[in-house]
Design a protein around this ligand. Structure first.
Ligand code: THU
Length: 136
């Protein structure tokens, strides 16, 4: 892997966001930190709901916070969980992120044991649904 590593600040931000996870049903806490091109960091945690289906993942919380603040360009995403090996984003989040991340976009998966895995977005979602006809 030749991707630029995530900054320690971005990794710290993902773990800090994870502390705010509202996960009374799964007890699986996730934090995400998106590095924006303009230097800002947008964080998110998973927010569960008793309906289960209403649950929002940490990655989509971080992304929607950024978009709603007018930021659409990102350089790195860190996802923090307790999973070993570190957990990747769910399928819905992969599709959601495809809107804002190209195939080379670096994602660092980290866990509470200190493991770190760097991957490219394109490895997580090959042949992503980004039809040119709709993206013009
Ligand atoms: N979760 C995330 O926040 N991100 C993912 O990519 C995978 C799953 C959350 C949703 C739910 O609150 C808990 O983890 C267990 O699925």
């Amino acid at each position: 892997m030749t991707e630029k590593p995530a900054s320690e600040a971005l990794i710290k931000a993902a773990f800090a966001a994870r502390e705010n996870a509202y996960a009374p049903y799964s007890h699986f806490k996730v934090g995400a930190a998106l590095q924006a091109e303009d230097g800002r960091i947008f964080t998110g945690c998973n927010v569960e709901n008793v309906s289960y289906g209403g649950t929002i993942c940490a990655e989509r919380v971080a992304a929607t916070k950024a978009i709603s603040e007018g930021c659409r360009k990102f350089t790195h995403l860190v996802i923090a969980s307790q999973s070993n090996p570190p957990s990747g984003p769910c399928g819905l989040c992969r599709q959601f992120l495809a809107e804002f991340c190209d195939d080379e976009f670096p994602i660092t998966l980290v866990n509470t044991d200190g493991a770190r895995v760097i991957c490219r977005f394109g490895d997580l979602l090959p042949l992503a649904f980004r039809p040119a006809v709709l993206l013009d």
